[in-house]
Design a protein around this ligand. Structure first.
Ligand code: NDP
Length: 448
């Protein structure tokens, strides 16, 4: 889609020219700039002050070598990244992704999205993201430990509890955060809340593990309720079987839904009776096995190789919780044709622009990632608060705060969409509401 606004058109062209070969980053910037057209028509000061031009440029990019020794004694070399995108409203905050597909463009796209997501939570956190092209899959615990220690040996000098606070993402769970935090503490002698997603015995927050999946369901429940719908009795398809997917499944089920399908990067399972989450948790959280093993325990379920087919399963609600661009135009068309009423994005940018457009055109309720999956980072910010206070809230206290934050994000995004003439368009509403707070802080600082 072309812009009506000449300035935005030129800014987009500049982003593409200055960041060649980074399509995910271009896609994320374009979506935000498109949403902002009516805002900058009403407030040209965001252009004349240079705020928009500054916003699309990371404050800092750190890129480094990560050498480590594998179990056979051979030296392996990976690449590490930390993109400190925007600190206008707080210390940089955002996860670390360890996956072979990681390169600078992926980290920039995620860091850019994180600015608006973090702003939407209402908490004082800026936007950042990091990671490595290291693949933890198939590595021994000792190899993962040596990699994490090497990664932190460089990263530690760039982060801090009031500077930049990383967390987990794809491929970075409790095990990796433990190794990273241990190395940070060892190098700096400091016991501070420099990472979130920590274990409960060393400063982690109750409900952080559950937060992104639960938060997604709290958000989607509000969106459904406004349309007179609910999770109760709904058939739900969830892609992925990692941290976000598992706890989205748990909460949706507790709301009365029947989750009939989940996946991993090899394939998907369909269980018409409803997924047995205990089996998934054991396979994925404890044994680190492939999802195909599910059918050995539940022979009545089906396993299909390849993950794209999951969206051909008829459902009322789809919760993509695996990775970016997993729902393309074809998958969206299949969901719509099968009567899907709502899509809630647990993963970051799982729907292509063509898919989002198709959902909106067909009247499918659409909860965009940067609003709907903000529960993880919101609870990370609550973990930071508890670390600063040297105190720990109960599970119920954290969960209640998470719930209230997600309801607040939904209301805020809805109101912003309506105010700028796009009622019901939560993509635009989330981008606008997230942008305004950051942009006003940047305006206050002048050119910095
Ligand atoms: P995990 O590593 O715990 O799980 C990722 C899941 O997605 C796994 O089932 C994985 O399968 C699958 N997957 C990964 N890459 C692909 C791929 N290319 N194609 C198909 N499936 C894939 O990650 P999380 O659950 O933490 O993250 C999932 C998504 O949610 C990401 O987009 C992340 O950025 C986003 N997110 C996560 C938050 C969090 O708190 N964890 C917060 C906000 C967003 P396999 O095991 O086979 O690799």
């Amino acid at each position: 889609m072309a812009f009506n606004n000449q300035y935005l058109e030129e800014l987009m062209e500049k982003v593409i020219a200055r960041n060649p070969g980074e399509p995910e980053f271009h896609q994320a910037v374009r979506e935000v700039l498109e949403s902002l057209e009516p805002v900058i028509d009403a407030h040209p000061e965001y252009v004349t002050s240079g705020v928009l031009a500054e916003l699309v440029e990371p404050e800092r990019i750190i890129k480094f070598r990560v050498p480590w020794v594998d179990d056979s004694g051979k030296v392996q070399v990976n690449r590490g990244f930390r993109v400190q995108f925007n600190s206008a409203i707080g210390p940089y905050k955002g996860g670390l992704r360890f996956h072979p597909s990681v390169y600078e463009g992926i980290i920039k796209f995620l860091g850019f999205e994180q600015i608006f997501k973090n702003s939407l939570t209402g908490l004082p956190i800026g936007g950042g993201k990091g990671g490595s092209d290291f693949d933890p899959k198939g590595k021994s615990d000792a190899e993962v430990m040596r990699f994490c220690q090497s990664f932190m040996t460089e990263l530690y000098r760039h982060i801090g509890a009031d500077v930049d606070v990383p967390a987990g993402d794809i491929g970075v769970g409790g095990r990796e955060i433990g190794y990273l935090f241990g190395q940070y503490k060892r190098i700096t002698k400091e016991y501070t809340g420099v990472l979130t997603g920590k274990g409960l015995s060393y400063g982690g927050s109750l409900a952080r593990r559950e937060a992104t999946g639960y938060g997604l369901c709290y958000f989607v429940r509000e969106m459904l309720a406004d349309a007179g719908l609910s999770f109760d009795g709904a058939r739900v398809v969830i892609s992925g079987s990692g941290n976000v997917a598992i706890y989205a499944c748990e909460k949706a089920t507790s709301f009365g839904a029947r989750v009939v399908a989940m996946s991993d990067s090899n394939g998907y399972i369909y269980d018409k009776n409803g997924i047995d989450l205990d089996t998934i948790k054991r396979l994925k959280e404890v044994e680190r096995k492939r999802i195909r093993e599910y059918v050995t325990v539940h022979p009545e379920a089906e396993y299909h190789e390849g993950c794209a087919g999951i969206y051909t399963i008829p459902c009322d609600i789809a919760l993509p919780c695996a990775t970016q661009n997993e729902i393309n135009a074809e998958a969206a068309a299949a969901l719509i044709a099968n009567g899907c009423r709502a899509v809630g994005e647990g993963a970051n940018m799982p729907s292509t622009p063509e898919a989002v457009h198709a959902f909106q055109k067909a009247g499918v309720l659409f909860a965009p990632a940067k609003a709907a999956n903000a529960g993880g980072v919101a609870t990370s910010a609550l973990e930071m608060s508890q670390n600063s206070m040297r105190y720990a809230w109960t599970f119920e206290e954290v969960d209640q705060k998470l719930h209230d934050i997600m309801v607040g994000i939904y209301r805020n995004a809805s109101a912003a969409a309506e105010k700028y003439g796009m009622k019901g368009n939560l993509v635009a509403g989330a981008n606008i509401a997230g942008f305004l707070k950051v942009a006003d802080a940047m305006l206050a600082y002048g050119v910095v």
